[in-house]
Design a protein around this ligand. Structure first.
Ligand code: FEO
Length: 393
């Protein structure tokens, strides 16, 4: 399948309906690896696909042009999901690779680049390809040191690579074709929360640069192309990078014999009755990336774990490591809770993580319980939740 974006510019990427795991990110809706073709005096590909999608990419490319007529392959970012097919692509087309110094280094460390011809570009440098100019804008650490975006100046098209993307396989290629716009923004938010969050402090500066450009289309390397909602997705990125929160509590737990689960639900009921929006997630059946989407702008994070073998429950330990790496905004309110048998060890681990993240930790006796919580204990959990909602923190 190929899709015309505007005269001379085409989507020729690959839709992966099957992918469910992306270095720890559970992609329940699949993903796409977007590649773009620009036809001019010089023919240009923007980015590539994962290695196993090479044949699909070639099929799409061949439907529009003889691959040997490709002059340049612009590589905005060296990660393998956009470069896995590059060795074959360079060999097959004979094209020059246009990228920045850092990305070139990353490519040389990942692939056999012997014989590749590189054109190394710097920030704001332009490359004429006939009637068009391509302008390269470095966006380091969003999310690798090598990231850049490419702007087709005359067409007002921004090829943004990972930025503004979503892990979303769909038959729709453009935002305006999507019936459920909020779902699209939720997927975009989830992507932001799991890929860009640790580097969000750099986002406002990049947005300032991008806002100086006239942008008709944002063409990311995953998911749908932004056309009707360009301004809105830029605004949402600004909002998600602001560290502002809403009155939401995310309660995350795992459980052995439902004791910690009972506590989670009763604390949640108290918070709800106190006027807080509540999301409760059991780690045994919820992808961590979905939870991080809601934690991004939540005021409260409550994490529950049983004590197992004098330690925190393994799934909770895994989640804490994942969350800490993503460095959600500090100033959130953190609550640790859980059931234990004879030695309580889990909540201390959770609280240490909260402290390292700069969360304000709230503690109460009712947040730990030996074996199974009786109704009296659960009532105290409920009252705690209700009080927490009213605390001036
Ligand atoms: Fe950072 Fe889609 O790769």
């Amino acid at each position: 399948m190929v899709v015309k974006i505007k005269d001379g510019i085409y989507w020729i990427g690959a839709i992966d309906w099957d992918v469910r795991e992306f270095h720890g990110y559970e992609t329940l809706n699949g993903s796409t690896y977007n590649v773009y073709l620009i036809r001019d005096e010089k023919n240009v590909l923007i980015d590539a696909t994962k290695g196993y999608l090479f044949q699909e990419l070639m099929l799409n490319l061949k439907s529009l042009i003889d691959p040997k007529e490709i002059d340049y392959i612009v590589v905005n970012h060296g990660e393998m999901d956009h470069t896995g097919s590059l060795e074959k692509l360079v060999k097959y087309t004979g094209a020059k690779v246009v990228t920045n110094e850092r990305c070139r280094e990353h490519l040389e460390l990942q692939y056999n680049t012997e014989g590749w011809e590189f054109i190394t570009v710097d920030d704001k440098e332009e490359l004429e390809i006939g009637s068009r100019r391509l302008k390269f804008i470095k966006t380091p650490m969003l999310h690798w040191p090598d990231n850049m975006v490419t702007y087709a100046v005359e067409d007002k098209v921004l090829f943004s690579n990972d930025a503004f993307g979503q892990h979303l396989a769909s038959s729709e290629r453009f935002d305006y074709q999507f019936k459920d716009l909020e779902l699209l923004f939720e997927e975009t938010k989830e992507y932001f929360a799991n890929i860009l969050l640790p580097y969000r402090m750099l986002v406002p500066g990049v947005l300032e640069t991008l806002k100086k450009l006239e942008i008709d289309y944002i063409c990311p390397s995953h998911g749908v192309i932004w056309k009707e909602h360009v301004g809105e997705v830029l605004e949402r990125y600004l909002e998600w990078s602001s560290d502002r929160y809403v009155n939401r509590a995310v309660i995350v737990y795992d459980t052995m014999y439902n004791s910690t689960k009972k506590m989670a639900h009763r604390i949640g009921e108290g918070l709800m009755d106190g006027g807080v929006q509540v999301k409760i997630y059991n780690l045994s059946n919820t992808p961590m990336n979905k939870i991080m989407r809601d934690i991004l702008d939540a005021k409260y994070v409550l994490i529950g774990s049983p004590t197992l073998n004098s330690n925190i429950y393994p799934s909770v330990a895994k989640f804490l490591a994942y969350m800490e790496g993503l460095k959600p905004a500090d100033k959130k309110i953190g609550v640790a809770f859980g059931s234990y048998g004879w030695m309580e060890m889990a909540t201390g681990v959770i609280k240490s993580t909260f402290e390292r993240l700069g969360f304000k930790v709230v503690e109460e006796d009712c947040l730990t319980c030996r074996f199974v919580p009786k109704e009296e204990h659960l009532s105290r959990c409920y009252e705690f939740g209700k009080r927490l909602a009213q605390m001036d923190l």
